[in-house]
Design a binder for this molecule. Sequence first.
Ligand code: NA7
Length: 547
Amino acid sequence: ASESRVDEFDAVVVGAGFSGLYMLHRLRELGLSVRVFDAAGDVGGTWYWNRYPGARCDSESIYYVFSDHFSEELLEDWTWSERYAAQPEILSYLRHVADRFDLRKDIRFDTRVTAAEYDEAADRWEIRTDDGSRTTAQFLITAVGCLSVTNLPEFPGRESFEGASYHTGRWPHEGVDFTGQRVAVIGTGATSVQIVPEIADQVAHMYVFQRTPNYDIPGWNRPLDEEYVRKTKETYKELWQRMRESNLGLPYDVPERSAMEVSPEERRRVYEDAWGKGGFRIGAETFNDILLDEQSNETASEFIRSKIRETVRDPDVAELLAPKDHPFFTKRPPLEHGYYEAFNRENVELVDVRRSPIESITPTGVRTRDAEYEVDSIIYATGFDAMTGALFAMGIHGRDGVPLTEKWAEGPRTYLGLATRGFPNLFTLTGPQSPSVLTNMTAAIEQHVDWVADCVRYMREHDLDRIEPLPEAEDDWVAHHTEVGDATLLPRANSWWVGANIPGKRRTLYPYLGGLGTYRETCDRIAANGYEGFALGRRGEADAGSP
Ligand code: NA7
């Protein structure tokens, strides 16, 4: 595009993953002209980039879909093959959705947003992209995901490594064959836990560099049987209603008892039961105070440690793998399929970099304080600059040219995690201070997109050009967000949920802990009250405040 041309749209959406695709669909239904930008070569978002061996969704596949709010037929037609869908299958789902609803015609791929500036006189955003083009839009909607900017630690000598290096979140499309190689895997988060067992029988030798052990829980993946799928589809409407009203965006049973009010035998039975079912149920369906009470939490933590000790044959390795420094679920527990068993193999070795940190990367491998590990490849499973990384990288400037990085220098300040004062007509789907990553993402995404679409429709119906949080509403939301978070054990651990994984990042709780159901009620009430807490205005007129 030439420098002089400016494309004009009603809305620009950044990102073509689950949230961007659904947002595009909803806005188009409302009759808006929409342009979507994505830096990737196709739809998929996180599932476009994370192609490492073993990449899989930790939400059960039957719940990890667009609901009947998007399309009843789509929900009816699509059938997953496994209990937890693998990356290629999720990507083919999103490609199918893009084809079926002809979404690609409004998407510019291989195009990265480099700046977005709010033009106060026009009540519009001006968006610049790396192909040199300029686009203006009334609404700027970020659908950039929560885990899209990779974290590559600045180990000295990193560039000197003569073998091959990979970050799991930017995996080569042609795949990688590790057969016969000596491989270093750095990190032991959800990603590492997926890749390690997947390539353990391929590699000659694997060193897994662990700084913090996690409470990994079994997912018990399996093919989905037809009868189960049929029954689920028959009840999809009720199921989705339960998901929408739930804390986690999942139709799980809500426990009513404290872990401390039952006998040790009963506790064990409850944990075993949830363990056998697999996945996050051990956190969600067992006791009501696991995230609130240290003593209760310790019973779950110790149960999981006992499972690790049962599985890993070498007692020293088992002890290293058993977390002791943080309570269960205060860091995101990975779902595992053969991770702990992998350490029973001769060719898989755990390296404790808490005791002996990585000092540098050398041309031939990884050097810790105590030893040198020669490898052919290094896999960085070191995570992401979560929740704000992508928003900060986009060059967003609000009223008076204030950069978002400055507005959020002391941590995000939002209203509902969806909007922020000083940045009118900007909506941040799955943004910080919204439930997003603490729920089943597709349920959180549906709620955000539906709410934004309704808000846009309301503005059109009322002939409004501008929406922006009022300062008190934003202050109240930030205070509420903090209070809800502080009532839990979650802020205590050094997790990416609090930004602790990125050197220099502001430590604060990023996702909202109030639960999706309650959050939805709040958002709905605000909308029903004429967008209470927002200032709404017309071009050239002062804000009306909420009607
Ligand atoms: P995570 O969960 O952030 O895990 C990253 C891992 O990398 C974690 O074990 C980190 O240890 C480790 N890490 C990061 N930097 C270093 C350095 N400098 N030295 C040693 N080890 C390091 O990322 P994932 O990609 O696994 O998962 C992200 C989310 O995707 C996951 O939570 C799901 O929601 C899906 P640490 O724990 O910080 O000590």
